[in-house]
Design a protein around this ligand. Structure first.
Ligand SMILES: NC(=O)c1ccc[n+]([C@@H]2O[C@H](COP(=O)([O-])OP(=O)(O)OC[C@H]3O[C@@H](n4cnc5c(N)ncnc54)[C@H](OP(=O)(O)O)[C@@H]3O)[C@@H](O)[C@H]2O)c1
Length: 321
């Protein structure tokens, strides 16, 4: 006898993250999409946008009230920041598991913060799951193994592809402005700076940039250590944390952002140490739409439903833009 599939609803399905999620849900043997909401695409068949979608499903317009009435096991919210609360408040009155991709609940202790490689053992709040930010995932994976040895706030220089800015037109996803260009923005107080400082319990400084490529994040983190370390010491700290983590690759080489595109895993390493062993630079890369968003959401859904964490995530699967 085969177990019945877990039924999901997706709110914000037209966005970059929403479309990526629909593709992964379609490839997942244990998940079934029950509905997908979009105001702009209402009435259109999902299969026009995602090749493996159910041919009968069409995008719907659903407000919070309507979403809470739908019979699904899990509702995934892939809405812009600031819009999830209304939906979450209504859904909390049902038995539906909520996975919120926005930043709205990442500081709320009632919600489980789902970065599985670092928070898998925190069991509380599994009915309400807050998916981490994309840059925030890259920073935490790079800093966490050494968080107890940093003596000053780590400095994180992040470069993202412009899909990180979503589909709503802005300077940060203006392909003409970005051509041959690099756009720095919000060098003080970015949401992900606050998120990482909050989660790691150590302040970080974050300098975000958008580049002309579409997807992927390259993060360069500088840390001042409270004791002198060798390259071998540093490597051992990272291997200890990630040796049995299929979705975090550890490498001596500086990881390149293009290699992360279309892959579920993040890569951390390329360590460079100063002569006194106290100043360390570490690099991380990931696909902002996958390990930075949709892949991590699928890990969280699998864990919440007590399925194998990596079910439906084939790391060899490569997607184009
Ligand atoms: N892009 C990334 O790399 C990334 C990574 C990690 C996390 N996130 C987070 O994931 C969320 C989605 O990101 P995204 O890049 O996919 O954004 P996006 O491309 O701008 O998509 C936003 C989605 O929300 C819907 N929407 C917008 N305003 C709405 C409203 N007032 N009421 C109902 N639906 C509305 C849009 O569809 P309609 O307008 O058709 O309804 C669309 O489906 C954001 O919170 C973002 O911070 C993004």
């Amino acid at each position: 006898m085969t177990a019945s599939p877990i039924k999901l609803g997706l709110v914000g399905a037209r966005g970059y993250v929403g479309l990526e999620l629909m593709r992964l849900i379609g490839d997942h043997p244990g998940l079934q999409l029950g509905y997908a909401s979009s105001r702009e695409l209402v009435g259109q068949r999902l299969v026009k946008h995602v090749k493996n979608a159910d041919p009968d499903l069409r995008f719907e317009t659903l407000d919070a009230e309507a979403v809470a009435k739908r019979d699904v096991d899990i509702c995934v919210l892939a809405l812009p920041n600031g819009l999830s609360d209304n939906y979450a408040a209504k859904l909390k009155k049902t038995n539906t598991i909520i996975v919120d991709l926005s930043g709205d609940h990442r500081f709320d202790n009632q919600w489980h913060y789902g970065l599985p490689e670092l928070s898998r053992n925190e069991r509380e709040g599994r009915l309400c799951i807050s998916n981490p930010g994309c840059y925030a995932t890259a920073m935490q994976l790079a800093i966490a193994p050494l968080r107890n040895f940093v003596s000053e706030p780590p400095h994180c220089f992040g470069v993202s592809g412009y899909s990180g800015a979503g589909t709503k037109p802005s300077k940060k996803n203006d392909a003409t402005l970005l051509a041959g260009n690099l756009l720095p923005y919000q060098p003080i107080g970015h949401l992900h700076e606050q998120e990482v400082s909050h989660r790691l319990g150590t302040e970080v400084r974050f300098f975000p940039h958008v580049a002309e490529f579409f997807r992927g994040i390259s993060m360069t983190v500088t840390m001042t250590l409270d004791k002198s370390m060798t390259h071998g010491d540093v490597r051992m700290c990272y291997e200890r944390v990630y040796a049995s983590e299929p979705l975090v690759h550890v490498t001596d080489e500086v990881p390149l952002v293009a290699d992360s595109v279309g892959r579920h895993h993040a890569t951390v390493g390329g360590w460079q140490l100063s002569a006194n062993g106290r100043r360390l630079v570490v690099f991380s890369t990931l696909d902002n739409l996958l390990k930075g968003a949709a892949t991590q959401a699928i890990q969280n859904i699998n864990l919440a439903c007590e399925h194998a964490e990596l079910e439906g995530l084939d790391d060899e699967l490569s997607v184009g833009q």
